[in-house]
Design a protein around this ligand. Sequence first.
Ligand code: MG
Length: 226
Amino acid sequence: MCTTEKPTPLEIQTRILARNDDTAAHNRMHFLERGIFAVNVMGSPGSGKTAVLEATARAFNGRGIAALAGDLATDNDAQRLIRAGIRSRAITTGQACHLDAELVHHELHHLDLAGIDYLFIENVGNLVCPAVYDLGQSANVVVLSVTEGEDKPLKYPTMFAKADLVLVTKIDLLPYLPTDLDAIQDALARVMPDPRVILLSAREGFGIDSWLAWLTKCRSAMEVMA
Ligand code: MG
């Protein structure tokens, strides 16, 4: 009797992730060869990811940075970033809740990377799936706004455990919220092995200097390794 064993869902998932890791390694080599520090920017919808990148674009005067902006539908974020003065392309995923290395690889062929030192990859807004798929980035940055409640890091520990840096955004709104900033910091310290946090207001510019200093330091370290 002939039997055909079907792969289990876990086996299928393992194969998908292995293929993704191969493409991510290819992307990473591409970035390192060009001296590009690539940042996977993750966070909830409405956490302020695009606003942080707009403020970053302005701080760099639009020079040396580019962005890919992932969303299920619309190229709104990519258009916002183009208006902020940088090269940007949208990746619309349809129903997928995250970007993967292949989507990024495909879009890189349509983005002029000449003269680019930093590539920001704004992931699809959610705190679960984006943490699972390596894109070839040099760093994971999670954007967490003070409007999201204090226990998000405890509810979504994987995302925060993988973060090299957390940007706590919209801090200009703190006077109007019951949010306890210490409780957010405490939750981050519980789930991050080495918590690195910058408090930021993209609207008022607070924290942008620290964010730029972090980027510059990390890119310098990357060049030493490359
Ligand atoms: Mg956005």
